[in-house]
Design a protein around this ligand. Structure first.
Ligand code: PMP
Ligand code: GLU
Length: 392
């Protein structure tokens, strides 16, 4: 047989999904594994959203949608949300938005729309596991900007400038950040805007955790900053904040020229997002929002519980987080690397976490725990950790 794809062979599978699958398989085999691996809300999708989709399915939304990029009321619901909440002006929703099967595909479309072979993309490390492989698949070259753990992964203009070359084409930014839980400060936001302008970069702004911000902080969209609308590709979706991981509903918002290419790519690769999920999207965005703030408050309470409890355990150090639903503790005193730590946690405590190295070199020494897991399981995890931390 002739050799298979070297490009696809060169990238790893998604480690978050792999650890998640492993934890679920162990649970199914009867092991009492506490799954803190994949970020999937333990809450049910709010009933009014489910009902809207059911109603749509019963009324024929089981075929291709028209237009394929998204039914007009869904595009309009997204446009008004983005204008109202994010300060991003979308004068032409039908040509500036594409609805995608999940935020992940929106990110991939964004990269394919801007990259030429060999173009470099700056990735702030620790980064979500799929960023680098996606850049590679889209023909680009991922260039890590390692943010130091000791400085709580703070971003500076100098760190960005140091990595810029004539080939640098884009920068990927995720706020709130998976896995660090950081939310961009005003200063970091301004530094990114300044560097993007001076180096003429596209900015892929991944705002999927936008609604999961704690302690009354607020989210700032990069596309809303002066001069950024044309160069920013904003990715968002319902997955995290509305507890809708299985619905596969996300979107990309940008200039008409970029959305035109994304639409072309979409039409050849996946056609469209699920038609009835678009009705769920309308119900989610136009319906009551208190339900998502209740979930956010629950994550915040879990954060408070977990950060305190983890720091009370000798051998574990955990910073508080400003957003998203991941903790990123380190294990000072342990000589194990993050892969060994994650294995030891599974062996000794039946806790599935994601090794920090999966998020890049600057994640080494950390393990990611998703607190999108039920409080009861978080409490059991803490009890187990307290017993085995000395042996890590
Ligand atoms: N961005 C980040 C940072 C994520 O953690 C995820 C994971 N779900 C996504 C994008 C994509 O999410 P989805 O495709 O499930 O909407
Ligand atoms: N984004 C989530 C995570 O990082 C879900 C899994 C994935 O798509 O990576 O755990």
């Amino acid at each position: 047989m002739k050799p298979l794809s070297t490009l696809v062979s060169s990238i790893p599978s998604s480690p978050t999904l792999a650890v998640n699958d492993k934890a679920k398989a162990l649970q199914a085999a009867g092991y009492d594994v506490i799954a803190l691996a994949g970020g999937d809300p333990d809450f049910a999708t709010p009933p009014h959203i489910v009902e809207a989709a059911l109603h749509a399915m019963q009324n024929g939304a089981t075929h291709y949608p028209a237009p394929m990029i998204g039914i007009v009321p869904a595009l309009e619901a997204i446009a008004s949300k983005m204008e109202r909440e994010n300060g991003i002006s979308i004068p032409d929703p039908r040509h500036q938005i594409i609805i995608t099967p999940g935020g992940k595909w929106a990110l991939y479309l964004a990269l394919t729309a801007v990259l030429n072979p060999g173009d470099e993309v700056l990735i702030l490390e620790p980064n979500w596991v799929s960023y680098k492989p996606m850049v590679t698949l889209a023909g680009g070259v991922p260039v890590p900007v390692s943010l130091p753990s000791g400085d709580n992964f703070h971003i500076t203009a100098a760190q960005l400038r140091e990595k810029i070359t004539p080939r640098t084409k884009a920068l990927m930014v995720n706020t709130p950040c998976n896995p660090t839980g950081r939310v961009l400060t005003q200063e970091e936001h301004d530094d990114i805007v300044a560097v993007a302008a001076e180096a003429d970069l596209y900015v892929i702004a991944d705002e999927i955790y936008e609604k999961l911000i704690f302690d009354g902080r607020s989210h700032r969209s990069l596309a809303a900053a002066p001069g950024m609308a044309e160069r920013t590709l904003t990715v968002n979706g319902l997955t995290k904040s509305y507890a809708m991981t299985g619905w596969r509903l996300g979107w990309l918002v940008s200039s008409k020229a970029i959305i035109k290419l994304a639409t072309k790519m979409n039409s050849q690769a996946v056609s469209c997002a699920a038609h009835f999920s678009m009705y769920a999207c309308i119900a989610a965005l136009n319906g009551p929002q208190d339900v998502i703030y209740e979930m956010r408050d629950a994550y915040q309470a879990r954060r408070d519980f977990m950060v305190k409890a983890l720091n009370e355990i000798d051998g574990i150090s955990c910073r508080s987080i400003e957003g998203a639903f991941y903790l990123f503790p380190s294990f000072p005193g342990s000589s194990k690397n993050s892969l060994e730590l994650a294995d030891a946690l599974l062996d000794k405590a039946q806790i599935a976490g994601t090794p920090g190295i999966a998020f890049g070199q600057s994640g080494e020494g950390h393990v990611r725990f998703a607190i999108s897991t039920a409080q009861h399981d978080l409490e059991r995890a803490v009890e187990r950790l307290a017993k085995i931390a000395h042996a890590l």
